[in-house]
Design a binder for this molecule. Structure first.
Ligand SMILES: [Zn+2]
Length: 325
């Protein structure tokens, strides 16, 4: 009897050691959300709860200074993002926000006026503080999904404004996050900007402007300083990942019903160091989509090799934005 008990205890000890040394359970790998936003109406406690519940350790956060549709979706500002970072150390990493009414209109990009010059100076002073980890999201080409003058945007990527910020980003060693639907002419113009700024890290949001795999492959092969975030590319709710609000001949989704398209899966395996995930909740009412988007990213990442998954889920964002480990 005693011998039997010893044997059982031994077995239990062996089993617990085996469990303790197992790698993280599949589906529960850590995630860094590399494309987040903040506005004054966001419920901060809920953001942190949703991150905790879904294994999101950190979030890159960009203030959305465009107005929302009403008082339930008030705009944000950089100090709000900074306060979030200071309230929850190690969880939030603010960028100097560029979704600003001030940058509405192509003329502001080609010929910066006094207000834009002031913005460039203020951005530099924020970067000097080392409390900001990047600049963006720059709204270059954006399809309208709400009424208002900031809704549809068509700004030049190869412009004085982007050249100035590219130099600033390189000087302070931070990336720029860019929203630009992948029109072929814009891809050509962006290529010129990247060529002239080899020391600047560019993060082209939404799977490189929802471009097709062949276009992304060609760009990533040519430019080692180009990266893509998959912000909002989960096909679970109304969002970029569902082809909303528009699709064009040059756009592509990345998945259907939780299954990565084969050409996208190959692309991610081929360039495992260049992609990051992001929930892209830009408006307070859309906070309810956060959990579903993270869960879908987990499903998609499960389809990749363990090495590629760890990089895209977590490691690339830490490296590209130089986040604290
Ligand atoms: Zn965007």
């Amino acid at each position: 009897m005693i011998w039997k008990m010893v044997a059982v205890n031994f077995l239990i000890a062996v089993l617990s050691t085996a469990c303790a040394s197992e790698p993280t359970r599949s589906g529960h790998f850590p995630i860094v959300d590399a494309h987040g936003h903040i506005g004054a109406s966001f419920n901060v406690t809920k953001i942190v709860e949703d991150m905790d519940k879904n294994g999101v350790s950190k979030q890159v956060v960009m203030a959305r200074a465009y107005p929302g549709k009403d008082d339930s979706d008030l705009p944000g500002y950089d100090l709000l993002a900074l306060k979030l970072a200071e309230t929850y150390p190690g969880r939030f990493y603010p960028l100097v926000g560029m979704q600003r009414p001030l940058l509405t209109g192509a003329h502001k990009w080609t010929t910066p006026d006094a207000d834009v010059e002031a913005l460039i100076r203020q951005t530099e002073s924020k970067l000097v503080s080392r409390k900001f980890f990047g600049i963006g999201e720059f709204i270059v080409r954006h399809w309208a999904y709400s009424p208002g003058i900031h809704a549809e945007q068509d700004n030049p990527i190869y412009s004085e404004l982007m050249r100035r910020f590219s130099v600033l980003a390189a000087k302070y060693d931070v990336p720029m996050v860019i929203h630009m639907e992948g029109y072929p002419t814009l891809v050509a113009d962006f290529s010129k900007l990247i060529t002239e700024n080899p020391g600047t890290r560019y993060v082209w949001a939404h799977n490189c402007g929802r471009s097709k795999a062949a276009v992304i492959r060609s760009l990533l092969s040519r430019f080692p300083n180009l990266f893509c975030d998959l912000g909002g590319m989960t096909n679970v709710t109304t969002g970029y990942g569902s082809g909303w609000p528009r699709k064009e001949e040059f756009t592509s989704l990345i998945e259907r019903s939780g299954v990565l398209f084969p050409e996208m899966k190959s692309l991610y395996e081929e360039f495992p160091d260049r992609f990051m995930v992001g929930t892209d909740v830009a408006h307070a009412p859309a906070m309810r989509f956060y959990e579903g988007r993270v869960r879908r990213f987990r499903e998609l990442l499960e389809q990749l090799s363990p090495e590629t998954r760890a990089k895209i889920a977590e490691q690339n964002a830490i490296r590209i934005f130089k986040l604290a480990r």
